[in-house]
Design a protein around this ligand. Structure first.
Ligand SMILES: [Zn+2]
Length: 652
């Protein structure tokens, strides 16, 4: 899921092919056989013999089709809306590009086809026809030149006749550099200075009707008809916030009869992102769509055109049931587009902050199977359910590794010749804990804020960016904003996560950079946040989806020392007893019965006063019945921890 750091070269570098009059000039005689200038109907008096004598073979074909009643005017004559130029939108939101292929016409052209377009009043607008091949034939020629192999034909008012150089689906490119009056969804109020850009009417003659599925107007019957009759290898699909260009074969196989549901799910996934970005709360969701398209090389990625997914992934991505169970990849790639840069994408976070979106969507649809808590991954003691979080807790709380360099399953060697780095998913854990605390554990509580991130992101979007700021500025600004938005002093949490921790290292990312945070910087942030009260829990850093109810309902810890666990003697690798998976762990451990240690949020293992192991409640368990608590050599005590910081001795 590598992010391609390709800029907006896709369309801007294209040499514009001016629409030139085709060799075959349109004769007035031909045109007079039509009943209007738009050429949408025949003249009442047009006879079959007159049609047979027409000069233009394209017009003759059209006229014959009209005469026979087979001409699909509805599919060919449409009005197209103006969208804010996606490059300008990207600057405003600090994201990468939303769709550069708005306004699909539903007409598929083959190379060499004649095209005739009647265009209504433009009022000076710059409008083009864009033809883009998205099908498998794109594979050979377009490798490494994604999205650049399209035809771009400038349109004028009235008739435009030209030859299509290269085939593909077609789009009416109609973008404004100023914010159109109808730019914001859910905000019909026209702001001062906003210009109304009237829709442009276009009649596309030539090419073949492939159709467009518009979830706002169409139903699943129409969806099936479109898939059954498609002439292009791909279908243009438009939702409220999503635009998909996926292969017809995959959509037919995975989503037949479910077009509405599929688009609704993508709209919902992108809706979560807009909520986290604050665009929903502040009525700043743009009319522009985010584009997801099929590719025929690679796996999945994000680039200047949007999100891209290999056709092979459609077995999951075009399947509503499967996508609900695992939306991570889709949210991750759209999430790359929506990363607010540089404010929420500083060094070391390119593969992290986009997963704030993924981890939330994944939880939203599967509350009982949260990814980080349930995934079986290697931690410091072997394979374990929730190994990503146990690795995080040990890296941060026990070994005090600075955030951005915390070790875990995907990277144990923090220092490499090129850079210092850590496990991208380990780094995600504190972001996840904040969302859990405010959006989930907060319910019915004073600190509830489902828009915690939205409030932070909107400030990040609106913050003026100057080149002199170092990466540490953005990390510290995020911490301060989190405190401001929560109106809480969260610095203990950030100190525990080692986000607010001294560091002076050359940090890993697509582009590495120095991350320097000095003790004085930390003092300044602590001073800044000291105007706010501390959160109700001193152990926010132990919060997981497993313990969210303990925090939410503020449930007191209880348990009887010496009871409620099994001591397991490690002799090499052992199978976790209650999980029906092949997880193995090394060394001695306690298998704690979670029902005997009610409302524990974590278990700490100490060697005298030193914390040596941490297990969040349910670590190593598929069903939350138990917790695997490690007992490394030299340990002295194990403590159960409650949401309020209460600690009880577990073993005698
Ligand atoms: Zn990625």
């Amino acid at each position: 899921m590598k992010q391609h750091l390709k800029k907006f070269v896709a369309l801007s570098l294209l040499s514009t092919v001016s629409a030139h009059l085709y060799a075959q000039e349109l004769s007035q005689k031909d045109l007079q056989l039509f009943g209007n200038t738009q050429l949408t109907k025949l003249h009442k008096k047009a006879s079959q013999s007159q049609i047979e004598q027409m000069n233009s073979s394209l017009l003759k074909e059209t006229a014959n089709s009209m005469k026979g009643g087979a001409y699909d005017v509805k599919e060919r004559f449409k009005s197209y809306e103006c969208y804010l130029n996606p490059q300008i939108l990207a600057q405003e939101l600090k994201t990468s590009g939303y769709s550069q292929f708005e306004n699909p016409t539903g007409i598929y052209f083959a190379a060499g086809d004649s095209a005739l377009l009647w265009v209504g009043p433009l009022n000076g607008a710059d409008v083009s026809l864009v033809v883009q091949e998205w099908g498998p034939q794109e594979k050979k020629e377009a490798k490494g030149r994604r999205g650049e192999r399209n035809g771009h034909y400038k349109l004028k008012e009235g008739l435009n006749v030209f030859e299509i150089k290269e085939g593909g689906n077609s789009y009416i490119r109609y973008y404004a550099d100023e914010v159109p009056a109808d730019h914001f969804r859910n905000n019909k109020k026209k702001s001062k200075g906003q210009t109304a850009f009237a829709p442009v009417q276009v009649h596309v003659v030539g090419g073949r009707v492939n159709g467009v599925f518009n979830a706002a107007k169409d139903d699943n019957k129409r969806w099936n008809q479109l898939l059954d009759n498609a002439v292009s290898p791909v279908m243009d699909v438009v939702g409220e916030q999503t635009q998909l260009i996926y292969s017809v074969a995959s959509l037919k196989r995975e989503a037949y009869g479910k077009g509405i549901e599929l688009v609704a799910l993508y709209d919902s996934l992108i809706g979560h992102q807009h909520q986290i970005m604050g665009l929903k709360k502040y009525n700043r969701i743009p009319k522009n769509h985010m584009l997801g398209r099929v590719i025929w090389n690679g796996f999945m990625h994000a680039d200047g055109l949007g999100a891209a997914f290999h056709d092979n992934t459609m077995v999951d991505l075009a399947n509503v049931d499967k996508l609900r169970i695992n939306s991570w990849g889709v949210a991750h790639e759209f999430g790359h587009v929506n990363q607010v840069r540089p404010n929420m994408k500083w060094v070391g976070t390119t593969e992290v902050t986009n997963n704030i979106f993924s981890v939330w969507s994944q939880y939203y649809y599967n509350e009982h199977a949260p990814k980080l808590e349930r995934e079986v991954l290697r931690d410091y003691d072997g394979l374990k359910v929730g190994g990503r979080i146990t690795a995080y807790m040990e890296s941060a709380f026990v070994h005090e590794q600075p955030w951005l360099t915390q070790a875990g399953n995907d990277r144990w060697d923090r220092e490499r010749p090129r850079d210092w780095g850590g496990d991208h998913f380990v780094k995600l854990v504190p972001f996840w804990q904040l969302q859990l605390y405010f959006a989930v554990a907060g319910k019915d509580n004073q600190w509830y804020n489902p828009d915690f991130y939205g409030d932070i992101y909107i400030q990040a979007i609106d913050d003026t960016v100057t080149k002199d700021k170092e990466d540490s500025y953005y990390q510290l600004a995020f911490i301060k904003r989190a405190c401001d938005v929560a109106k809480l002093d969260l610095t203990d949490f950030f100190a525990q996560s080692r986000m607010l921790h001294p560091i002076d290292l050359w940090v890993d990312d697509y582009t590495c950079a120095q991350m320097t945070i000095k003790p004085a910087d930390i003092d300044a942030v602590k001073q800044y946040a000291s105007k706010y009260p501390k959160p109700t829990t001193p152990v926010l850093h132990y919060l997981t989806a497993n313990s969210v109810e303990q925090y939410r309902k503020q449930l007191p810890l209880s348990g009887e020392t010496g009871k409620g666990y099994t001591l397991c003697k490690g002799e090499g690798a052992k199978k976790v007893v209650d999980g029906n998976i092949n997880a193995t762990i090394k060394g001695d451990y306690l298998l704690v019965d979670n029902s005997a240690w009610k409302n524990a949020v974590a278990f700490e293992t100490y060697a005298n006063d030193k914390l040596v192991k941490v297990a969040f409640v349910g670590a190593g368990s598929n069903d939350l019945a138990s917790t695997v608590v490690h007992l490394p050599d030299g340990y002295t005590t194990v403590k159960a921890v409650g949401f309020d910081g209460t600690r009880l001795e577990v073993i005698d």
